[in-house]
Design a protein around this ligand. Sequence first.
Ligand code: HEM
Length: 165
Amino acid sequence: MNRRTSSQSDPAIHAGIAALAGLVGTWSGGGSGRYPTMQPFDYLETVTISHVGKPFLSYHQRTQHADTRQLLHTESGFWRMGGPGHVELLIAQPTGLVEVLEGTIESGTIRLRSSLVGRTSSAKDVTLVEREFTIAEDVLSYSLRMTAVGCDLANHLEAELRRVQ
Ligand code: HEM
């Protein structure tokens, strides 16, 4: 059965990921970072989330320091639905980390927790990641907590982005 309608130029979002449709777009804004081991910092961020009519969303993010404009973290991955209300997110990072996260979407809020953090042998010791996203009209906000480098679960990131496209 064909579960979606599509045209060559502008495919409809796949019915299986309709719950994630509000994420699609280009988002830009700023955030702040902290961790018990480091000085707090502010950053600028652009997130692009797109689809091709298949049951996944492509995700790419890049950041730079708010003051110096130095490039900071970047990451790429895929959003999926594992079943009704069940969200799956896979992310690869140039710091040698990969995250597999799963959780829920409810009333525009997505709460995810890592079921796996994979690390290359030289990557920082990150063992758990929690990410929370809230979509409210044209504002996408998120927070990230992690257990890393010998610290208990603590905030690393908070950001608020606006839809620019
Ligand atoms: C918006 C995305 C992010 C930004 C802007 C960001 C920025 C930073 C900065 C500026 C530092 C301190 C300098 C450095 O060690 O490079 C840092 C450290 C670190 N970040 Fe992030 N980061 C981001 C996402 C992440 C994610 C997704 C993870 C883990 C899954 C992560 C894990 C770490 C770790 C483990 C450290 C080192 C802590 C330490 O050794 O004291 N970061 N991050």
